[in-house]
Design a protein around this ligand. Structure first.
Ligand SMILES: [Zn+2]
Length: 117
């Protein structure tokens, strides 16, 4: 399977293996996430109105912040690891295994035909 270009290499390395994060890490990164949500950078990201995973368009109010590497797996709240995500993808990502999630994404890409030029 070819590497997806929007998937950072560091995410590929860590996503499959479970990295237990301690409580301190989780509370710190969640606090940073709350701060990042207030930032102009994040508002710009939401303003693009596109879900990172399925690529469909949404209103900014319909998008949430998603961590590519989840905080509980040792992911950090920083640009490159947080992406706008629609609620449907967000909830699916939470209960799917990483490999199942990648299959879901592949199906999403095939399901949405390329736009007319
Ligand atoms: Zn989505």
């Amino acid at each position: 399977m070819p590497d997806s270009p929007e998937y950072p290499p560091e995410a590929n390395e860590n996503f499959e293996g479970f990295l237990p994060a301690d409580d301190e890490h989780i509370s710190r990164e969640k606090r940073k996430a709350r701060e990042l949500r207030q930032s102009q950078w994040w508002k710009n990201e939401l303003g693009k109105g596109v879900c990172h995973w399925c690529g469909r368009r949404f209103r900014p109010s319909e998008l949430t912040m998603d961590h590519i590497i989840p905080i509980i797996r040792g992911g950090f709240t920083r640009k490159g690891n947080v992406v706008p995500c629609c609620k449907e993808c967000n909830s699916k990502k939470q209960y799917l295994l990483p490999s199942e999630w990648r299959e879901y994404m592949e199906r999403q890409k095939q399901a949405s035909p390329p736009k007319e030029p």
